[in-house]
Design a protein around this ligand. Structure first.
Ligand SMILES: *Cc1c(COP(=O)(O)O)cnc(C)c1O
Length: 445
């Protein structure tokens, strides 16, 4: 897909971001020059994927497109049960709807925002157990997405399978900087889960990027095809949730897998109420086709090498310029450390949000705060505290921007770095109880 970029002036952007209550989610997309809000659903689709969409079979039940989708997912992910959904969060909503009770605990290396919100919505507790290396934003540890398996083991021994309906691991770890999870870590989580009789699920949104990191960084995998690494990852799990808007290049789509036929039956009961018939879920036949093609393309070794290298390009330039950025480079995004970038702004004045706003005003770049705005509020007590980090995520859509777009982004960040001490903090004027970062309204302090 080729799209026009409409250039705006600084004065226009100043007015536009004020009109959007200093929340870039509330901007019009056409007012954004380089859109790094998310890599979700924003990938460029291939000629093959568009071609496949034209043969989408829109039969209500048992469409040819469903069987192509099902066979592809089965081939890569390997699970017996497959529930198609319109997005990853619909898969989460259904999964937690049948597994999570008000007293439940769900451990994860780090929950993604919708995953956490879906667990909390059911009254459960979402517990993050990142490895200790994840806390050191400057360490070059190769698998900072790993879960702290000793902490998991202790939690499982303390709470037991009655309170823990499932254990999840997110690959790559979006919340902790798009960092990968090693095969050894996945194997160990699986061992702990199986010993305790607790199902183990993978949040698989960026499974292909994770597989490529394993190939490049974990001993013993350099000669293994990325598809076989992916298959091995899923062989340790009992199920997965997936957003096809990430590592399937699709604009919409997702699914939920498991090997548990009884559970899948209960999930299908909800699926029919909220998404659709079991052979299309929330998707049109043409969407199923696009996902089936995308899942194959995303495992192309050349694509994956290019993907990881292009993200590293941005991170290495920032690091060389002395700008605080999370290292090593993750797969899908660059994370600026807003708390270090703007040390004069305290966490409850949202340095990440302030940086996001300035990036837009400076150059029309749209990023997203991943910090105290996103995670600081406990929706049940209404209490607010500083999140562990205040980051700004610049997500890189797949196959969309060129190196020169990224050079423009680098220049803008460097200009902002020069005038950082003049940036002011923010306060929230209005916000909803759940997932407040999407629609909150802000004012400058
Ligand atoms: C995007 C994402 C989800 C949710 O998927 P949607 O398709 O946006 O609903 C869940 N987990 C992770 C890690 C994600 O990145």
């Amino acid at each position: 897909m080729v799209e026009p970029i409409r250039l705006t002036t600084r004065e226009q952007r100043q007015a536009l971001i004020e009109g959007a209550s200093f929340n870039p989610f509330l901007l019009r997309a056409e007012d954004v020059i380089v859109d790094l809000l998310t890599d979700s659903g924003t990938s460029a689709m291939s000629a093959d994927a568009w071609g496949a969409m034209l043969r989408g079979d829109e039969s209500y039940a048992g469409a040819r497109s469903w069987y192509r989708f099902r066979d592809t997912v089965k081939d890569i992910f390997g699970f017996e049960q497959l529930i198609p959904t319109h997005q990853g969060r619909a898969a989460e909503h259904i999964l937690f709807g049948v597994t999570v009770q008000p007293d439940s605990i769900v451990p994860n290396n780090a929950h993604f925002d919708t995953t956490r919100a879906n667990i909390e919505f059911r009254g459960g507790k979402a517990v993050d157990l990142p490895c200790s290396e994840a806390g050191d934003l400057e360490s070059d540890y190769p698998f900072k997405g790993n879960m702290d398996t000793a902490a998991l083991d202790a939690l499982v021994k303390r709470e037991g399978p009655m309170r823990i309906p499932l254990i999840m691991v997110t690959v790559t770890n979006n919340t902790a900087g798009g960092q990968p999870v090693s095969m050894a870590n996945i194997r160990e989580i699986s061992r702990i889960a199986r010993a305790a009789g607790i199902p183990f699920y993978i949040d698989a949104c960026r499974f292909a990027e994770n597989a490529q990191f394993i190939k490049r960084r974990e001993p013993g995998f350099s000669d293994v095809a990325s598809i076989d690494i992916a298959r091995q990852m899923f062989s340790f799990a009992d199920g997965c949730t997936m957003s096809a808007k990430k590592d399937a290049f699709a604009n919409i789509g997702g699914f939920l897998c498991s090997d548990d036929a009884d559970l899948a039956q209960r999930e299908r009961n909800i699926l029919i109420l909220s998404e659709g018939f079991p052979t299309y879920g929330g998707l049109a036949g043409r969407d199923l086709e696009a996902v089936a093609v995308g899942l194959r393309e995303v495992l192309d070794e050349d694509y994956l090498d290019y993907r990881l290298l292009s993200t590293r390009y941005v991170v290495e330039h920032l690091r060389t310029a002395g700008i605080p950025v999370l290292v090593p480079a993750g797969g899908h995004a660059v994370y600026l450390n807003a708390r270090q970038f703007l040390p004069h702004i305290e966490p409850l004045q949202y340095p990440g949000q302030a940086l996001v706003v300035e990036l837009y005003i400076e150059a029309g770049i749209r990023g997203v705060e991943i910090g105290t705005v996103m995670f600081g509020l406990d929706p049940h007590t209404g209490e607010e505290q500083a999140a562990k980090n205040d980051l700004v995520r610049l997500a890189i859509p797949r196959r969309v921007y060129t190196q020169s777009h990224m050079d423009y982004v680098l220049e803008a960040i460097e200009i902002l770095w020069q005038r950082r001490d003049r940036v002011r903090g923010m306060r929230i004027v209005e916000a909803p109880q759940f997932l407040r970062h999407f629609t909150a309204k802000f004012a400058r302090i």
